[in-house]
Design a protein around this ligand. Structure first.
Ligand code: UD1
Length: 378
């Protein structure tokens, strides 16, 4: 059987590989070797996600772990080279824009194994972001490009890639979203999500924040938290907190700004305030944000997921590599200006958001298109 290696390393990769693996299994003509690089390793950043996404255990766990960019990238490369040499796959498939993506891509290409990039062609044009370097470098060496929006096609063509290698397939992240949504609707709601939802009023905000540019600088982080706190005087803000962000909260002594919702002891209704939780499983968090009045984020994927479900989204970044979420979706990129965040946040809470629509091909069938192309090219 034709063999491919599918690589995932960090939380935003896991939801992208789940529908691809499901489709490979359904299709039955390809063998997928699943490699987890170990870039994310905490239980609630990795294992919990594997479970809530119904992912099989990885065939290889590389244990790369944290460290500087060089240390992390190198650790993935050294370990992944051994896997490629022993498995001899027909193609290596990488997703997204994290350090594991470029590390595995480099290894594959140096061994002359064809490389396929899922979510190719996105550009923020902000080279201070490590993800932008990972995107540009991965696309520079890829043989097959799977894109999520027309802008991705245009970027790749402008960078000199051949049209026939670019496949506009839609978005695997949305395949996963629609799959999980159906599951939530057809079975008992996820426990933690339901517990937290049960104490919230009708209007509430979901928050995620972990970009180095937002949380690593005390002044910027405090300014953003100031705006968020202001919004939280009117409604509860639920904040599943990334380990990087927790580290900064402790380091900067900002812990007293937060209340916490303890895991299994939620009983009292809350009317307002900023509530931090540990990172939530995919389904628990989806259960919360799908009904939120507003999502405040600096994530890439959540900008797209909120667009798919038409939930108002404010992105606390200066730019986005996913412009369709702004052009036709529910996303507004606002930067880190506290006054603007508060003003726009209030607008969303009062129901005054822009009309949005779902981008072309975000129909839950991207994996089907990808597997069909892979099958033909192997
Ligand atoms: C990475 C991705 C980013 C993505 C994010 C999602 C890169 C360059 N960045 O950023 O694009 O949006 O994942 O989460 O690849 N940590 C833990 N436990 C873990 C993982 C991380 O404690 O399981 C802590 C460590 O202190 C680590 C820090 O978080 O140093 C940052 O982790 P890292 O993987 O380097 O980057 P992220 O900020 O998670």
């Amino acid at each position: 059987m034709k063999k491919l290696i599918l690589v995932a390393g960090a939380r935003p990769n896991f939801m992208k590989i789940a529908p691809i693996l499901r489709e490979i299994e359904r299709h039955g003509s390809l063998q997928a070797v699943l490699v987890h690089t170990g870039q994310h390793y905490d239980n609630n950043m990795s294992e919990t996600f594997f479970r809530s996404l119904e992912l099989k255990d990885p065939d290889y766990f590389l244990g790369a772990g944290s460290g500087s960019h060089a240390v992390q990238t190198a650790a993935v490369m050294v370990a992944f080279e051994k896997v490629c040499l022993s498995e001899q796959p027909g193609v290596v498939v990488v997703v997204g824009d994290v350090n594991s993506t470029i590390a595995a891509g480099l290894v594959a290409k140096k061994l002359q194994i064809p490389l396929a990039h899922v979510e190719a062609g996105l550009r923020s044009r902000d080279r201070t972001m490590p993800e932008e370097i990972n995107r540009i470098a991965t696309d520079a060496i890829s043989d097959l490009f799977f894109t999520t929006e027309e802008e991705g096609n245009r970027n790749l063509l402008a960078e000199g890639h051949a049209r026939e290698k670019i496949h506009f397939v839609g978005h695997v992240m949305i395949d996963n979203l629609l799959y999980q949504l159906k599951k939530i609707r057809n079975s008992p709601p996820p426990k933690r999500g339901a517990l937290i939802r049960s104490v919230l009023p009708e209007k509430y905000i979901c928050l995620t924040m972990h970009r180095p540019s937002n949380v690593d600088d005390k002044e910027t982080f405090s300014r953003l938290l100031g705006a968020i706190r202001e919004l939280s005087l009117g409604v509860p803000v639920i904040f599943p907190c990334h380990p990087r962000t927790w580290n900064r909260i402790n380091e900067f002594g900002l812990g007293e700004l937060f209340h916490s919702i303890p895991a299994d002891e939620v009983q009292k209704q809350v009317e307002r305030g900023l509530f931090a939780t540990e990172p939530l499983a995919y389904d628990d968090f989806l259960y919360l944000w799908k009904d939120a009045s507003l999502v405040l984020t600096d994530s890439g994927g959540l900008q797209e997921e909120t667009t798919a479900l038409n939930v108002p989204c404010i992105t606390m970044r200066e730019n986005t590599e996913r412009p369709i979420t702004v052009d036709i979706g529910s996303n507004i990129v606002v930067g880190t200006d506290a006054d603007k965040i508060v003003a726009l946040g209030r607008k969303a809470l009062n129901g005054g958001w822009k009309k949005s629509s779902v981008p072309p091909l975000w129909d839950g069938r991207a994996s089907e298109r990808i597997v069909s192309v892979l099958n033909g090219s192997l």
